[in-house]
Design a protein. Structure first.
Length: 178
């Protein structure tokens, strides 16, 4: 594996370890307590973090498909997604509430392990050209999304997203990080 892919692989491994450590650090009585994010509990923040990882495989597939289409296709798609920002924010707010009720802490850890392995397998099959491939993204959904993102940037996204949100966890629901 070349140095660039190896570095991304290490970041993904570090992210997986940090997520699992954060899950382990939350005492059982604080799992459903308020986080430092006023809209979510600790469990909901953790589910939301997992979503950042879950989005990567389908977005990599979409990026590959868009590479075969004329440039106006991904530009139009990004504009359509930007126009749907209010709906995205509703789903992004409600999804973690539902997901955190359906999945236990252990289920979140297992799901992260599976998606991490899928992302790493995909990374191992990518060459330098694949990592440079890009597509347009909706910039209103997340401040970490840029108007054009490469596969490399997309592969680094879930760890940056996770690092931001894990600071919102509160050990006792009173705003103290675990």
């Amino acid at each position: 594996m070349d140095a660039q892919r190896e570095q991304i692989h290490r970041e993904l491994d570090r992210g997986r370890a940090a997520f699992r450590a954060a899950l382990d650090a939350i005492p059982p009585e604080a799992w459903r307590a308020r986080s430092r994010n006023p809209g979510w509990t600790n469990a909901e923040v953790c589910f939301h973090v997992l979503l950042g990882f879950l989005l990567v495989p389908p977005l990599l597939r979409l990026m590959r498909w868009m590479a075969w289409l004329p440039g106006w296709c991904d530009a139009g798609f990004a504009r359509l997604l930007d126009a749907a920002t209010p709906l995205f924010h509703r789903v992004n707010a409600l999804g973690p509430r539902v997901g955190a009720r359906l999945l236990s802490r252990q289920a979140l850890a297992r799901l992260l392990d599976r998606v991490h392995a899928r992302i790493v397998r995909r990374l191992e099959r990518m060459d330098a050209r694949d990592l440079r491939r890009g597509m347009r993204y909706p910039t209103r959904w997340d401040s970490r999304f840029r108007s054009v993102m490469t596969a490399e940037e997309l592969l680094r996204y879930p760890v940056a997203h996770m690092e931001h949100h894990l600071r919102q966890l509160a050990a006792g629901g009173g705003g103290r990080p675990p």
